[in-house]
Design a protein around this ligand. Structure first.
Ligand code: FAD
Ligand code: DLZ
Ligand code: SF4
Length: 517
């Protein structure tokens, strides 16, 4: 037989899909030969334990992964899915890939860029060590790519989210009218800072009853991760795209109108308020950010939602979310080491137990424990504010945030912690540290009403610790922060305090911080 008549042997590509890449549009599936290629997914101990993720986070992700694999199978893909309890599972991405290469003899591997530098470094090491080529391709689910951010950032003194956000809005023509921002302003935040009036009862979150796949996963997590943080049940989250879209539609129908007004509000025993609760689904791939913002924008154009709410929400998704990802890849790996304020205190044990007299912290930790979720202001102005004021070590704080929230992957968690709450990057992300005394928490929540500490008292054993810690922080970091133009007012107030008052603040702060360890 002549060479030209030989039938060309079909090649097999192994298409690796990671747990936060559960999108049908994931680039890994581009040009997939459904007959010969293998879509490969694996549940591995290494990913579940490199930090000890919240039980609900593991359950959510494993269930969403299993549902996604089933959907792909139904669409005709050849899916190989390794469960955590498969006796052959050796527990890491690397071991499972090596096993799959031996078993299926693929000619190449394709994977989309991961969300963590740690995993990227691992994949890059395979490129040198594996016997077959591995290609890492762009993650097109975001509206911007890391090199868009570096091009924007290059040569700028300050990397303010607001300007990046405007570029994204223009590029995607979102909330634009005749090349100008809808309504004449880019940002309506000043009208978006209300506390929740008494008597208003926020809508309930969308709840789903676990199906058999989720029940199996819940039993697995109960058995294999009993000592991980958090409550496993009740489990109410969406685990597939159809359900995630339902969460989005419920948000639009029931909460979008009030999102702007109450996005900074907090309420005891009310963790969900008027937020969208879609971060789990956006970050694992069940929802796509562009589809979400276009759907929400429709509500403004249709006259059914106010511009303040729509713009406020869209800014979170195409502004903050894209910006933090760009910043993460721009600054890594050095960003993980940032500690501008040289903070080195241990994170107090009540971040795990909720066992503290400070009611605001107790509420936010308990919400986090129950739901693997807390809304932005709880994360920023209670838990984050306290970690900053007491000088908690950035590594410990990053680890805590990364493991407790079901939406946490390092690309989004780290800039929010290192940059936004801890000012550990020295002001790359935030123009000033986000610090506040008890007065802010009292204004934005009803936590202080049930607290053993007195929010109006400034010093002494029954005073709200946020009050003296706030001034103690400014005093301690005077050398590094005095010249910050946005801290001019508090530093002027501090300069008018008597030496006795400053000494009292310092001793209250020191005593309280020592009592935490
Ligand atoms: P909504 O309030 O309804 O906002 C809509 C969407 O906007 C969110 O789903 C999210 O995708 C996006 N968004 C809002 N704020 C931010 C932000 N600062 N950075 C990135 N995206 C944002 N968000 C995560 O997705 N993962 C994290 O690990 C994470 N860690 C955080 C840590 C700290 C210290 C702080 C202050 C914030 C963190 N955030 C994180 C941002 C924000 O708190 C969550 O996105 C939000 O609470 C998720 O709830 P939601 O979907 O109801 O959000
Ligand atoms: C978070 C997580 C967990 C708990 N388990 C797995 C897993 O078993 N398999 C998997 O593919 N991905 C998991 N993930 C998500 C990964 O940690 C995530 O894909 C990487 O951190 C890259 O962002
Ligand atoms: Fe928190 Fe202080 Fe209010 Fe207590 S008084 S809830 S510690 S802000």
């Amino acid at each position: 037989m002549s060479n030209s008549n030989k039938v060309k042997k079909a090649t097999t590509t192994l298409r690796l899909i990671l747990g936060d890449q559960l999108s049908h549009s994931i680039t890994t599936l581009n040009d997939c030969d459904k007959q010969h290629d293998i879509v490969f997914m694996c549940e591995v101990m290494e990913e579940a334990t490199y930090v000890h993720h919240h039980k609900k986070k593991i359950a959510y992700l494993f269930s969403a992964m299993r549902h996604f694999a089933k959907e792909l199978q139904a669409e005709g893909y050849r899916v190989i899915y390794v469960t955590l309890d498969d006796p052959r599972n050796e527990g890491s991405f690397r071991s499972e890939i090596v096993r799959a290469i031996t078993q299926f003899q693929p000619e190449s591997i394709v994977v989309t860029y991961p969300g963590e530098h740690r995993v990227l470094a691992e994949l890059q090491s395979w490129q040198e060590q594996l016997s077959i080529p591995l290609t890492i391709i762009e993650d097109t689910r975001f509206l911007t790519q890391p090199n868009d951010f570096s091009a924007w950032a290059e040569g700028r003194k300050q990397l303010r989210m607001e300007y990046f956000y405007r570029e994204v809005r223009k590029r995607y023509d979102i909330l634009m009218e005749d090349k100008k921002p809808a309504g004449g302003a880019w940002n309506y935040d000043s009208s978006n800072r209300k506390s929740l009036p008494k008597g208003i009862i926020p809508p309930e979150p969308t709840r789903f009853t676990p199906d058999q796949i989720t029940e199996d996963v819940l039993c697995l997590v109960e058995e294999r991760f009993p000592d991980h943080f958090g409550d496993l049940r009740p489990f109410i989250y969406a685990v597939n795209r159809e359900q995630a879209l339902q969460v989005l539609e419920d948000f639009i129908a029931e909460r979008l109108n009030d999102f702007g007004d109450y996005q900074d509000a907090m309420k005891q025993d009310s963790p969900w308020l008027y937020h969208s609760h879609i971060s789990f689904y956006l970050n694992s791939g069940l929802l796509n950010p562009l589809e979400v913002v276009q759907r929400v924008e429709q509500e403004y154009h249709g006259g059914s939602a106010p511009l303040e709410s729509v713009e406020g929400f869209i800014r979170q998704v195409i502004g903050w979310r894209e910006y933090v990802r760009g910043l993460y890849w721009y600054k890594m790996p050095g960003y993980a080491e940032a500690n501008f304020l040289e903070a080195k205190n241990d994170l107090p044990s009540f971040y795990w137990t909720g066992d503290t007299k400070m009611n605001c912290i107790k509420q936010c930790v308990n919400d986090t424990k129950a739901n693997s979720y807390a809304h932005h202001i709880q994360r920023l102005m209670v838990l984050g504010n306290f970690a900053l004021l007491m000088g908690a070590d950035p590594k410990q704080v990053n680890e805590w945030y990364l493991l407790v929230y079901a939406d946490a992957y390092e690309w989004v968690e780290m800039p929010n912690v290192t940059g936004m709450i801890l000012f550990a990057d020295g002001g790359v992300m935030a123009s000033k540290p986000y610090i506040a005394s008890g007065a802010y928490i009292n204004k934005m929540s009803n936590y202080c009403q049930s607290c053993e500490y007195k929010v109006k008292e400034k010093n002494g054993g029954s005073a709200c610790p946020f009050n003296y810690l706030y001034w103690g922080f400014l005093q301690r970091h005077k050398e590094k922060l005095l010249k910050n133009p946005r801290l001019g007012m508090p530093y002027r107030t501090l300069s008018k305090m008597t030496d006795e008052k400053i000494a009292l603040i310092a001793s209250d702060s020191q005593q309280f911080i020592s009592s935490l360890s």
